[in-house]
Each structure stands twice: as structure tokens, then as C-alpha cells.
Design a protein around this ligand. Structure first.
Ligand code: SF4
Ligand code: SF4
Length: 438
């Protein structure tokens, strides 16, 4: 008599689960581990369970041993998407981990209301900008930092970004379009005012608008709709759905009117181009996808002659944002910058700057975030030149750790374009006209 005992270990349950079944495609090659910054930072089974380690370990642990086991290390995933980029079977690990974070709820150590408060960056930004500079003074005051650490577990040592007033939206109302006979004449662009650019770094949004206008585009600021990136990072998928519906309606309307949709914040674009397929449906997301661009990717797509930005010798030191890499926009940014006459581009490669949205602000991950950030700044220390980074998180981390000035590459492109126009024949000598007079 022969008895064959098959140990299923929860695999049938995983196969029946619409989200977890994707983990069954894993061939256990280990590529995701070698690209995952938090895993490389903590090592071994600290990020992982008894089954698999690193990001894919979340789904396996949830499937084989239950949610409670997975919840213990789920928050180590920053949902950066680097692992999916290298996975030979393209498992959407960040989405799996977002679903597990949603299901695990307070098992991750944070109650829903705490995660909601951290994730609603649109509301905190609106409140903070409206009341700035008082809000900036308040959030830097020691008692409030202690309170934020106690209530939301946001590490008091981390420097918080300053709210800005007027916001990008307010500045745009007074903006005078730059006139140009540039090569992109006849192109309509809607710039996406993500929450970070709108409330914390409006000058980058304005620089993007001016750059596109000087290249000949007719630029509008899209109505501000939070994409929900902050909530997604907290695993609050249900809460993102109404925001996603509003965003989609606005973006679809603009695309229908012939606008190209251009953003400057890679993490928000990654939500629109990535997670939205799960939230609002892959067909609808795919229809919008050809109109969504990261700004450097868009300029590269337009095949602009690099001589447009030619100018004096300048060394730029560049590090790609994780989600910019994950959405495939990093290579375009590098080739755009590297081909500009006069620009010497140094690309610094480390897995991640360590900030990754709210990750670096959390008390539990502050040390790890700093450790990952120092790997980057150590490399930057050896290089002279202007540091240029596309992501707001990367800029905040590198500025805090290195004390050096960090800019968005588009600001440098605008400066080079303007100085070329001024020095070259046929420069802009017309006074710009206010929007309300056009
Ligand atoms: S999404 Fe990023 S942090 Fe999460 S498992 Fe993948 S590489 Fe690691
Ligand atoms: S890269 Fe993909 S296939 Fe390889 S171990 Fe990671 S999840 Fe599995």
C-alpha cells in the first residue's frame, strides 16, 4: 500500500485569492532581494518570514502562515516598485504588499486613523499652507514634535518640509505665460500640480510651466486632484478609490481636449501609471497611459535638439528616483541630460535614498532610512557639481544629510534655455502678458 501525502501549505488558498495568487508565479530567483533597499539594509529574515525573504515574503507569509506573521514586517516595504522592474515574471510586489497592508490593518502597529492622518498629504498640505508661516513654526516646536511622535510615530529628529504660501495654484493665477516660437508650438500641456509641488515646492512647478512655455507649449495647470499616493503607501486602498475616480475624470477630460498630462513628481505618476490599474480598472488606466508623462521623459519623447540647452560647462550629479525607474522614465531623463552640449553628467547608483515618502519620517524606520541615505550621500561627497534629483523625497533626504543644495533637473534646463535665449540672436525681448489679459 502506498500513501502519498501532499503538503499544500496554504497554496490552494493562495490560488483562490485574487491578490495572493500572483505570488505563486515566483520562481525564487532572488533578483528582487538584491534590488530592495530595505532588505539590503536590514538583511536576512528581519525582512521576511519563514518562507521567502524580502518583499515577496509578505505574500508568502500571509498565504502560508497568516496575516499576523506578514504584518510584522510588511511596513518595511516602501512600495517603490524596484523589485517588479527586475522580476523575470513581473510580479507586482508593491501592490501585493499594499493589499496585505490594507488587510492587516492595525496588525501592522498603526491604527487606521493614524495611517489616514499620515496619508492625507493633500489635507495637511492645504491646512499647513493656508496657515503658513504659523504652521511652520508650530510643526518645528518641540512640544508638537513630541506629540507627533507619540500620536503618529513620526520621528522627532526628522526635519519636516516647510509649507509654502502662496501655493503653486495661487501663483499660477498671477503667472504671465512666456512667449515663444520654440519647437513645441501647437502642443497643449496640462501640468499636474501634485500635493508636494503645490504646497511645499511651488517654484519647481512654476519652473516646469515656464520651461514648457519657452519650448513653445501652451500650458495649463490641471485642476488639483490628489492622486492618493500618500494613502496608498498606508495601505488605505478603499479610501483612495474616491480620489482616484475624481483624478481620472479630470485627467480623461483633459486628455480628451488634446492635452498631454505632464507631472514633476515621479511617485504620483507611478500611482497614476501603476496602482490605478488595480483601483479603477486596467483598461481604463491603459487608455490614459499614453498621455501621462514625467517631465524629462516628455521632453526626451519630443526629440528636442540638445543644442537648445547648450551652454557653459556644468557638472550635474544625478540619482534616479525609485519610482521614476519603476515607471521606465529614468533612462529618458539620463539621456536627455547626458546629451546636452556643455553638461557633464555623473550618475550615482544606489538602491534608494532611503526617504521613500513617509517611510523615512516614521520612528520605526528612521535609523534605517538614515543608513540608506548615507550610502547615497557618501557617493555624492566624492563628486563636485550641482546635485539634481527628480523626487521630492530624495531632495529632502539628500539636503538634510549632505547640507548641499539639491535641485530638480528641470530648473537647470530652464536656466540654460533662458541664458541661451538671452545670449543668442532673436532672444525674447517681449514683455510677457498676464493670463487674465490673454
Ligand atoms: S517595492 Fe521596493 S521596498 Fe517593497 S519589496 Fe519591492 S524593492 Fe523592496
Ligand atoms: S524576482 Fe520575482 S521571481 Fe524572482 S524571487 Fe523575486 S518575486 Fe520571485
Amino acid at each position: 500500500e502506498f500513501h502519498l501525502v501532499l503538503l499544500d501549505n496554504g497554496r490552494s488558498r493562495m490560488r483562490a485569492d485574487p491578490a495572493l495568487r500572483e505570488a505563486l508565479y515566483c520562481i525564487r530567483c532572488g533578483a528582487c532581494m538584491n534590488t530592495c533597499a530595505p532588505y539590503l539594509g536590514v538583511g536576512g529574515h528581519v525582512y521576511g518570514g519563514q518562507t521567502y525573504m524580502s518583499g515577496i515574503g509578505n505574500a508568502w507569509e500571509a498565504g502560508v502562515h497568516g496575516l499576523e506573521e506578514a504584518a510584522g514586517f510588511n511596513e518595511l516595504c516602501t512600495t517603490c516598485g524596484r523589485c517588479t522592474e527586475v522580476c523575470p515574471v513581473k510580479i507586482d510586489i508593491p501592490w501585493l504588499n499594499t493589499v496585505i497592508r490594507q488587510r492587516a490593518g492595525s496588525l501592522t502597529g498603526r491604527a487606521r486613523w493614524q495611517r489616514w492622518l499620515i496619508g492625507r498629504v493633500d489635507l495637511s498640505g492645504r491646512w499647513g499652507s493656508y496657515t503658513a508661516p504659523l504652521s511652520n513654526w508650530l510643526v518645528r516646536a518641540k512640544p508638537l514634535r513630541l506629540l507627533l511622535e507619540k500620536v503618529l510615530a513620526l520621528d522627532r529628529r526628522r526635519r519636516l518640509p516647510a509649507f509654502r504660501r502662496p501655493t503653486l495654484e495661487q501663483r499660477f493665477r498671477r503667472h504671465r505665460p512666456a512667449r515663444s516660437d520654440g519647437p513645441l508650438q501647437g502642443t497643449k500641456v496640462a501640468l499636474l500640480p501634485d500635493c508636494f509641488t503645490n504646497y511645499y515646492q511651488p517654484e519647481i512647478g512654476l519652473a516646469a510651466i515656464e520651461l514648457l512655455e519657452r519650448l513653445g507649449c501652451s500650458v495649463e495647470l490641471a485642476p488639483r486632484r490628489c492622486c492618493g499616493r500618500g494613502l496608498l503607501s498606508q495601505g488605505l486602498i478603499e479610501e483612495v478609490k474616491p480620489l482616484a475616480r475624481r483624478s481620472m475624470e479630470t485627467l480623461e477630460r483633459l486628455a480628451g481636449q488634446g492635452y498631454e498630462l505632464v507631472g514633476v513628481e515621479p511617485s504620483c505618476l507611478a500611482a497614476l501609471r501603476g496602482e490605478y490599474a488595480h483601483i479603477i480598472g486596467s483598461k481604463r488606466a491603459a487608455r490614459l497611459r499614453p498621455h501621462l508623462w514625467e517631465i524629462l521623459e516628455y521632453l526626451q519623447h519630443c526629440h528636442l535638439p540638445p543644442e537648445l540647452f547648450a551652454g557653459p560647462e556644468q557638472q550635474l550629479v544625478y540619482h534616479g528616483h525609485c519610482q521614476q525607474k519603476a515607471i521606465g522614465a529614468n533612462r529618458a531623463a539620463i539621456s536627455l541630460l547626458a546629451n546636452i552640449p556643455g553638461v557633464k553628467l555623473k550618475v550615482v547608483e544606489v538602491p534608494c535614498c532611503g526617504m521613500a515618502g513617509s517611510f523615512g519620517y516614521k520612528r520605526d524606520f528612521y535609523q534605517l532610512s538614515m543608513q540608506l541615505g548615507r550610502r547615497l550621500t557618501k557617493k555624492l561627497e566624492k563628486l563636485e557639481g550641482q546635485i539634481v534629483l527628480c523626487g521630492s523625497s530624495c531632495r529632502a533626504q539628500v539636503e538634510e544629510l549632505s547640507g548641499r543644495s539639491v535641485r530638480h533637473p528641470l530648473e537647470l534646463l530652464l536656466e540654460r534655455l533662458k541664458s541661451k535665449e538671452l545670449s543668442g540672436p532673436g532672444g525674447h525681448d517681449e514683455e510677457p502678458v498676464a493670463r487674465d489679459k490673454l
